[in-house]
Ligand binder design. Structure first.
Ligand SMILES: [Zn+2]
Length: 180
């Protein structure tokens, strides 16, 4: 495995672990669990870094793993609908956006999934349409129980795992899910 494959594996493993066992929890509980998962995730990333670096030295591989900010999942959020809770991240894309009409029709008004959002965020950057953690969380919930009103989804704060900083909702998500 090369460096980016190792990082991708840790990220996907963590995402999978995060989304299980969140039935019958209220949104405050989900936020508490999310915060613990973020700490777990950071530890996993750091131990991957350490082990991989040792391995690289021993085998005299021509590279060393340096953890860069872009290796980490950028944003992570918890959400709840009816009895189901889930965790969504900005890692990757949903497999099929058409399975959730209420979200997909709104995203289409902004542009194609994978394209830059029409509006810049406060930090001066564009988001990628369909990549936000909120969108992933909503899709996961809809796959468990069909959602007709997007306003019925409850969200936790969104976090940047690397710093535990709370992230403000982006313009795309404000358009899709409303202001918070
Ligand atoms: Zn967003």
């Amino acid at each position: 495995m090369n460096i980016s494959e190792v990082i991708t594996a840790v990220n996907s493993y963590t995402v999978k672990k995060m989304s299980s066992n969140l039935v019958n929890k209220n949104i405050t509980d989900i936020e508490g669990i999310l915060k613990k998962l973020i700490l777990f995730y950071i530890r996993e990333m750091e131990s991957t870094y350490k082990n991989h670096s040792q391995f690289s030295r021993r085998k005299k591989l021509p590279y060393k793993l340096y953890l860069e900010h872009y290796h980490y999942i950028a944003c992570i959020i918890g959400a709840r609908f009816e009895k189901h809770g889930t965790i969504g991240t900005s890692q990757g894309f949903v497999d099929n956006y058409k399975t959730f009409g209420a979200v997909n029709s709104k995203l289409k008004l902004l542009g194609n999934v994978g394209a830059r959002s029409p509006k810049k965020n406060k930090n001066g950057r564009f988001n990628i349409i369909g990549k936000c953690a909120e969108i992933k969380a909503a899709y996961q919930l809809n796959s468990k129980s069909k959602i007709s009103q997007l306003k019925d989804i409850e969200f936790t704060n969104a976090y940047r795992p690397r710093t535990s900083q709370i992230i403000e909702r982006c313009s795309t998500c404000k358009f899709v899910f409303g202001n918070v």
